[in-house]
Structures are given as structure tokens and as C-alpha cells.
Design a protein around this ligand. Structure first.
Ligand code: ZN
Length: 289
């Protein structure tokens, strides 16, 4: 049995009216929103950025402090990254911006203001024995850079660590993060980590769960281990007497990765403990609290 044409036409119109609401919602412009864990922080500190999108995205660009930052997927249309600044990066009020392109080629943007506060880092004068100073050659510096790049070539997309990090050795902090290093009367840069003085042979522990990405001697940092903790977080353990892990190995927080020593460009037994967030050297100590 078929309906009279007039009734059929009315029913079709009602169906269309009924679907007008959802149809309009689907065609509302795509949008992204960002949230930051803190709006103000000091040089050497870090913050988290989370991104949520109404639509599927095919590309995203996060810009902050004069560079771009990778994003890590944490759920449906949700991403995260960890950002930080070192003493060489821009200070003061600045924006973190995200530009994304949806799978239907719509460009969407979001921004947040962030204030980076200057820290009056002290300076230290270090004079090396000429024999040790000879280690600092352009070739040695290039090999150091290569090792750090190699260790970050693969970044685990999920967070492998949980809670605060473990300070890898107990001892006196002989040089904190950020100190300007003056070698042979010349400023040679800022201290990219925390130096902890301890007896040679003291076990060095992994700061958190992760995957060893580097476990080899390099000219200036000596026997070096670098651990990928996921989300772009990498810890480094340098100047060790001995390395006790191999690249590719998974480690748990507290596992012994090596022994304190004074290999490479070093004036006595200590551990240089470094932390990078997506390639930027930040202060590891706030991560251990
Ligand atoms: Zn150091």
C-alpha cells in the first residue's frame, strides 16, 4: 500500500526538518582548544600543553620560544607536549601557538600567553689541565652533538615514567643547572644539568622507567648513558667510570646504569645528570620533587 503523494511529501519535509539540527551541528566550524599547566615559569622549568580538537587533524604545529615542538597523542583528538626554556631562549611574555589542519583542510588556530621569568644564574670559573683542555676540539664537539641527536632520533610516544624522578646518586650538588661556565677565561655556555659529587664507583641509578638510547663513551661527556622516558623526556648520565646498560635496553626506576667516575671533560668524580624536554636542556631537579 502506498501513501497519497501529499502525505509522502510532508513526511519527507518533516524528516529533513528533524535532521536540520544535527546537520547544522556537524557543519559548525572545526575548532581546537589548548590548556597549559602553568602560565608563568622560570628559565630551566617546564610546563605541559594539552590540545583538544573537534575534528580529526592531519597536521599540527606548536610554536613557542622561537622553535617548534612535537605533539604526542594521548586519546581521541587529544595531544600533549612538554615545553621548557634554557638560559639562551627568549624571556618575558610570549605566546604559545598551535596551528592545525583538519582532514577536510580547514586551518584552525589557538594561542596562550606565557611568561618566562629570568633567573640570575651564577657563573663558575673552571681551569682545566692543558692535557684535558686539548679534548675540546671541533671534532669532539661534533661527536657530542651527534650522540645527543642519535639518542633522540626515536622518541617513545607514551609516558614510560610515573611520578617524580629519582636523583640518580646521593651526594653534594657541586654545580647546579644554568651556571655560566667560564673555561680558560672564556664563557663557554651554560651548565645543561646538575653535577652531583660522589665517590668514584658509587652506583648511578635510572631516574625513571625508560629505554636506553645511548650507552657509549663520547669525547667530552665521557662514559654516557641517555634514557628515553617517553613524551620527549630524556635523562643523561655522564662522566661515569663504567657503563652497566646497553642501548635498546628497558630500565626501571632505580636500576643501576653505571658507576660514578671522572671520564671526559671532568675535574673529579661526579655525575652530570641532565634532562631534556623535546631537545631543550632544562633543570632536572624540579622533576625529582
Ligand atoms: Zn655537569
Amino acid at each position: 500500500m502506498s501513501l497519497p503523494p501529499l502525505i509522502a511529501a510532508v513526511c519527507a519535509a518533516m524528516l529533513l526538518l528533524g535532521s536540520a539540527g544535527p546537520l547544522r551541528a556537524q557543519t559548525s566550524p572545526p575548532a581546537i582548544s589548548i590548556a597549559v599547566s602553568r602560565a608563568a615559569f622560570r628559565q630551566g622549568e617546564t610546563f605541559r600543553l594539552t590540545l583538544k580538537a573537534s575534528d580529526d587533524l592531519k597536521s599540527t604545529t606548536v610554536r613557542f620560544a622561537g622553535r617548534t615542538w612535537p605533539l604526542y597523542a594521548t586519546g581521541p583528538r587529544t595531544w600533549l607536549t612538554i615545553l621548557g626554556v634554557d638560559p639562551t631562549m627568549p624571556l618575558g611574555k610570549q605566546a604559545v601557538t598551535v596551528e592545525a589542519v583538519t582532514t577536510s583542510d580547514v586551518v584552525v588556530r589557538a594561542r596562550r600567553e606565557i611568561t618566562v621569568t629570568k633567573v640570575a644564574f651564577p657563573s663558575r670559573r673552571v681551569t682545566f689541565d692543558p692535557a684535558i683542555q686539548k679534548l675540546v676540539t671541533p671534532e669532539a664537539v661534533a661527536r657530542e652533538r651527534h650522540a645527543v641527536q642519535e639518542a633522540q632520533r626515536v622518541r617513545h610516544p607514551d609516558a614510560l615514567w610515573e611520578g617524580p624522578l629519582l636523583v640518580p646518586v646521593e651526594g653534594r650538588i657541586s654545580s647546579p643547572y644554568g651556571v655560566l661556565s667560564i673555561y680558560q677565561g672564556r664563557v663557554s655556555g651554560f651548565h645543561g644539568g646538575t653535577d652531583i659529587a660522589a665517590d668514584a664507583g658509587t652506583p648511578v641509578k635510572a631516574a625513571g622507567r625508560g629505554i636506553v638510547r645511548w650507552a657509549e663513551a663520547i669525547p667530552l661527556s665521557g662514559n654516557t648513558v641517555m634514557i628515553d622516558h617517553g613524551w620527549g623526556v630524556l635523562t643523561a648520565y655522564m662522566h661515569m667510570q663504567e657503563i652497566r646498560v646497553t642501548a635498546g635496553q628497558r630500565v626501571e626506576k632505580g636500576d643501576i646504569v653505571g658507576l660514578v667516575g671522572t671520564t671526559g671533560l671532568s675535574t673529579g668524580p661526579h655525575l652530570h645528570w641532565g634532562l631534556r624536554v623535546n631537545g631543550v636542556n632544562v633543570d632536572p631537579m624540579p622533576w625529582a620533587k
